[in-house]
Design a protein around this ligand. Sequence first.
Ligand code: ATP
Ligand code: MG
Length: 437
Amino acid sequence: MELTKGAKLLIKTLEDHGFKAYAVGGFVRDNLLGKTLFDVDVTTSATPEQMLEVFKGFKVYLTGIKHGTITVNSLGEHIEVTTFRVDGSYKDNRHPDSVEFVSDLESDLARRDFTVNAMAFNGEELVDLYGGREDLKNRLIRAVGDPRKRFEEDALRILRGLRFASVLDFDIECETAVAMEEKAHLLKNVSVERLFTELSKLLVGRGVERVLTKYKKVIFEVIPELKLCDGFSQNTKFHSYDVYEHTVRSVALSEADKAVRWALLLHDIEKPSCYSVDGSGVGHFYGHQPKSAKTAVVILKRFKADNKLIKLCNDLIYLHDIKTEITRGEVKKLLNLYGVETLRKLALVKVGDGLAHAPEYADYRRSLAINFLNEVNDIVEKGECYLLKDLAVNGNDFKQLGFRGAEIKTALDNALSLVIKGEVLNEKSEILKRFER
Ligand code: ATP
Ligand code: MG
């Protein structure tokens, strides 16, 4: 394992002043997994005041000085340096009420969440008090100490554990997993922003299918609306999985994109409430798309997700079942209404959704989605017009033809519509010919 140049200099500087200093957490974990990382966190015996003294010649940012953290620019790397600390008492299963600085690394490692995150490295020596290395080898997430106690202190750790299991594609050690389910109800005390951050990372992880399946009880604590989908049989030849299984598979079989995966996680959430059976005993879910979009917006707002993601998921879910065997003109109309980013992601949503259908329909559905994506890309690459601003005429041209006031806007819209349908070339003379009076 090799430290970055900036971390080496920073740790050596602290050691030269008589302090202990180690890279810790994600950097050590991911390095031992063979990943090269540039984002180093350092832990040290120096107090914040002592750090400021030691790093006089460096550019320093007082990012979290109350909790003992400063950020140091070391050879261009922004490195977070934190004083060895233990957490004070925890009320209500979230942030500790206070932190206490200590002088030994051992106590600092003991407060960390998982064994794989509780190793320290100073360039020579790897300090691994909890068997983190062994757990890495066995691909296991295991709490440091008594998992029940640790999740009671800070329930966010439950979701962090699921996130690491998904991102690293690890299993969760048995006792830790049992404690996660047992303490999952405490997640209601954790801030929604922190839950959302962990869920978003979890969703794009390689192990997402296993985590959403095996630990669904925990997931239903944070998104209770999903629970109704669990075990809800679809009763149609197009589906061989219940609504929740289908949902999980669609997420796992889609591109690892945050918006695409959030949309897929929520795309059928109102299927249970829209269920009906026809005369031949076949199940239908009329209207579940707009209703699921609405519920998704409620859920994402509850998580205080950003407006862009909310809007995107709303559109993606609303549109997720639209027919894509449509004319090029109709694709351009969609481009006009929703924009290229949404339509590209819609194709990716349809790929995931399609692949999660019954096996005999999966490939066909995927190919329809890919054709749609290709058509969207082709229109954009060829620079074909689907927006007013790309039209070869503008309002002035219509004025000169004698159009006035609201007529101008109508004429422009009609011209765009003709161009989109391919009935007129996007050339000034051709368009104006059609509108001469
Ligand atoms: P990544 O940066 O890839 O998300 P990371 O392991 O660096 O992973 P951070 O959230 O940056 O995760 O936290 C850095 C380290 O701080 C962790 O590795 C862990 O040792 C410790 N840590 C973070 N959050 C908690 C927590 N809620 N409880 C206990 N320890 C934590
Ligand atoms: Mg980190």
